[in-house]
Design a protein around this ligand. Structure first.
Ligand SMILES: Cc1cc2nc3c(=O)[nH]c(=O)nc-3n(C[C@H](O)[C@H](O)[C@H](O)COP(=O)(O)OP(=O)(O)OC[C@H]3O[C@@H](n4cnc5c(N)ncnc54)[C@H](O)[C@@H]3O)c2cc1C
Length: 392
């Protein structure tokens, strides 16, 4: 494929770049998650007002109708300039696209606009205490009662459920059907008595994700997305969108981290020189740059395939695996360079990171679990990209 931008794509990139330079709200507040969410809501409103929220969504649904290349350009630029994340990241990346692909006209009318404006935050209620990788084994059940469904069960690791108005919930509606067939995809109102949210504290000390206890919660029939019993297909659309959306932002984020890591290596003195001159650190740094470049080229390959087929394919799994692996190794190398100073929260005195590497090291442990574990991604790549025999 031709990796250079066409004149109109260059024009688009310049427009994005200039808008971000002029409107970037600065770094996120360092206080708690509440302040961060309020900051991100303001940022998303600003993006929406200028037509940059949901840029991949069709214009008729309030998006920008951007091409896949333009989306990649936008995400790259936003990550390169370290623009904050919008507040409704799950609604924009997954909820909206799923409603657009599988929703009724009434659902599109009702749900899409408040996702774009961050008025209604969305969360993803898929994982359960005993169903993560093997999602289709989930047990939360929904039973029809007149024109409503009564839902009982438990979800876990639900990111931003404490702020969410709507939950993309997959529940079992037919216990007798084969496990992939008996599931239905619902939009559950989080603001009801039958839904209790309890934050879980992560290794970083933050409570980004939650447990959700559901006790006879009510969902109207009109909130089923797709057909009853067809929830697995709708859930797959959600997961493909999640992985496809990651690639180009991840590349820019890795590139920013590598630049900082290079600065750290250049400024940290060891063995009478700098870490950047040390042959072992130098080799590890170079290896990470090489792998980041292969990740970039693979992302273009995935983009080409998606442009040809129209839907994000299993190649997105490769980018997610590479990103998790590189991100974790960048943080590990940073702490190795800081050496004996690494366990101190501030970082080494001559380090440029000042505690950020310590946070990054702890947060990156989740990268190979969230959005599908690396083991599962390897299985997908083996079976669906390389065409190797299936295990079962
Ligand atoms: C930060 C974070 C945010 C998250 N946010 C959400 C969210 O918003 N919504 C949501 O629904 N979920 C969320 N999750 C949950 C996430 O999707 C699951 O943790 C993940 O799918 C793994 O499931 P599990 O934790 O049950 O592990 P398990 O599936 O029990 O896996 C345990 C181990 O066994 C391995 N394993 C399992 N099956 C296989 C196999 N077939 N082959 C090889 N190895 C295997 C896994 O790789 C893993 O190492 C989040 C997780 C994290 C860490």
């Amino acid at each position: 494929m031709d990796l250079s931008l066409s004149p109109s794509e260059q024009e688009f990139r310049d427009e994005v770049r200039t808008w971000l330079e002029e409107n970037h709200p600065g770094p996120e507040p360092e206080a708690g998650l509440e302040e961060v969410m309020a900051f991100r809501r303001d940022w998303q409103r600003k993006m929406h007002a200028a037509g940059w929220a949901g840029i991949s969504w069709p214009k008729e649904y309030g998006g920008r109708g951007a091409t896949m290349i333009e989306q990649a350009i936008f995400v790259s630029e936003a990550s390169r300039q370290e623009a904050p994340s919008p507040a409704n990241v799950l609604g924009l990346a997954m909820g909206g696209p799923v409603v657009i692909a599988h929703g009724t006209d009434e659902q599109k009318q009702r749900y899409l606009e408040p996702i774009l404006t961050a008025e209604e935050i969305w969360c993803q209620g898929f994982s359960e205490p005993e169903s993560g990788s093997d999602l289709a084994s989930l047990k939360t059940k929904a039973v029809k009662d007149g024109d409503e469904w009564v839902v009982t069960g438990q979800k876990v690791w639900t990111t931003f459920a404490q702020y969410a108005k709507w939950c993309m919930l997959v529940a079992r509606t037919d216990p007798d059907a084969p496990k992939h067939k008996g599931l239905t995809y619902f939009l559950m109102d989080m603001e009801q008595e039958g839904v209790q949210v309890r934050p879980l504290v992560q290794i970083t000390g933050e409570g980004e994700f939650n447990e959700i206890f559901i006790e006879e919660a009510r969902i109207p029939d009109s909130n089923v997305v797709g057909e009853v019993g067809d929830g697995w297909a709708v859930a797959i659309t959600t997961l493909m969108n999640e992985r496809a959306g990651l690639a180009f932002g991840a590349i820019a984020q890795i590139s920013n981290s590598l630049k900082r890591l290079g600065d750290l290596a250049g400024e940290t003195r060891i063995n009478g020189g700098t870490a950047a001159e040390d042959p072992v650190f130098r080799q590890r740094l170079a290896q990470l740059h090489i792998e980041a470049e292969t990740m970039r080229l693979n992302a273009y390959r995935g983009l080409t395939k998606t442009m040809q087929s129209g839907i994000p394919g299993p190649e997105g799994s490769l980018g997610k695996w590479q990103w998790a692996d590189i991100n974790q190794r960048i943080a590990e190398l940073a702490l190795d360079i800081e050496g004996a100073y690494a366990p101190l929260d501030r970082g080494a005195e001559n380090a440029v990171a000042n505690g950020a590497w310590q946070y990054g090291f702890l947060r990156s442990r989740a990268n190979s679990i969230e959005g599908g574990t690396t083991d599962i991604l390897k299985n997908i790549i083996a079976e669906r990209v390389l065409g190797l025999p299936r295990l079962r």
